[in-house]
Write a protein that binds this ligand. Structure first.
Ligand code: NAP
Length: 277
């Protein structure tokens, strides 16, 4: 048996065309601001992609490049100014930040109404109490990919490997909100395979290339590989794709699975914030 591929590139393209259609009904242009501190090349590339995505759906976008030695208070002042701009509906601060800047404090200062990444504690708190508004991009993209499979989430056993606030923890909450039974695994979980083998939905976000092997996967499971690991200039996931695809029912490729969906969900969040819904 070979698993069916969940094609994030194609789904993201479809979502962008839906956004363009919705935009035709608006009398204004949604605007996204991205704040970059320093000039980390990987961050610059991610930002370029985000700008290109904005162009594709005819959003307005701005990049604010601040020097690597900017103080935390000056960065926060910059964010506060963006919070008051009526032409900017969503913003995000590109991570990572320099070590002397506290990431959480910075995110605290993004207005929840402009939080395009869905990582402000108010938006995460709403997720916790099943009042989903703007939700983090990668977890939201994962839910869309599972929905694409046509598999019901309700009643399924979901296992999240990884518990980061960016991916693992919020995706587990989103699955719980949809009535899955959720198990979280992390680096201190003894006998990880015993847990993953029980998963109908296996979400892997750890950052270890090829860590999940075929013997760790329940036959027919839906496997979502979030990992992006660069090996010899090539992106590989946390799942041993070639082997696991022979066991799984559905599987996401890397690249072309969760990555493009994360970017599409940033556009959706920006639109949501722009129309106040
Ligand atoms: P992170 O903050 O480093 O968290 C990694 C998580 O994996 C932690 O919870 C850690 O456990 C757990 N873990 C590490 N080694 C493990 C092991 N051997 N067994 C079980 N659990 C283990 O990473 P992240 O931000 O969630 O990202 C994870 C991966 O997804 C990375 O490759 C990243 O590049 C990728 N990513 C992709 C996208 C996308 O759009 N496709 C978006 C975000 C991230 P502890 O908590 O115990 O340390």
């Amino acid at each position: 048996m070979s698993a069916e591929l969940l094609n994030g590139t194609r789904l993201a393209k479809h979502i962008r065309s839906q956004i363009r259609r919705k935009l035709k009904k608006l009398t204004f242009t949604p605007g996204l601001a991205v704040v970059q501190v320093g000039d980390d090349p990987a961050s610059s590339l991610y930002i370029k992609h985000k700008q290109r995505d904005c162009e594709k759906v005819h959003f307005y976008s701005e990049v604010h490049r601040l020097s690597a030695d900017v103080s935390q208070s000056a960065l926060i002042k910059h964010i506060e100014d963006l919070n008051t701009r009526s032409d900017i509906h969503g913003m995000l601060v590109q991570m990572p930040l320099p070590e002397d800047i506290d990431k959480e404090t910075v995110i605290d200062n993004i207005s929840p109404d402009k939080d395009a990444d869905g990582l402000n504690p108010v938006n995460l708190g709403n997720l916790l109490i099943n009042r989903e508004g703007v939700t983090p991009c990668t977890p939201t993209g994962i839910i869309r990919l599972i929905e694409l499979s046509g598999e019901e989430i309700e009643g399924k056993h979901a296992v999240c490997v990884g518990r980061s606030p960016l991916v693992g923890k919020p995706v587990g909450l989103m699955l719980l909100n949809r009535n899955a039974t959720v198990t979280y695994c992390h680096s201190r979980t003894p006998d990880l395979a015993e847990q993953t083998q029980k998963a109908d939905l296996l979400i892997v976000a750890i950052g270890r290339p090829g860590f999940i092997t075929a013997d760790m996967v329940k036959p027919g499971a839906t496997v979502i590989d979030v990992g992006i690991n660069h090996i010899n200039g090539r992106a590989v996931g946390d799942v041993k794709f070639e082997d696991v695809k022979e066991v799984a029912g559905f599987i996401t490729p890397v690249p072309g699975g969760v990555g493009p969906m994360t970017r599409a969900m940033l556009l959706e969040n920006t639109l949501k914030l722009a129309i106040g819904g």
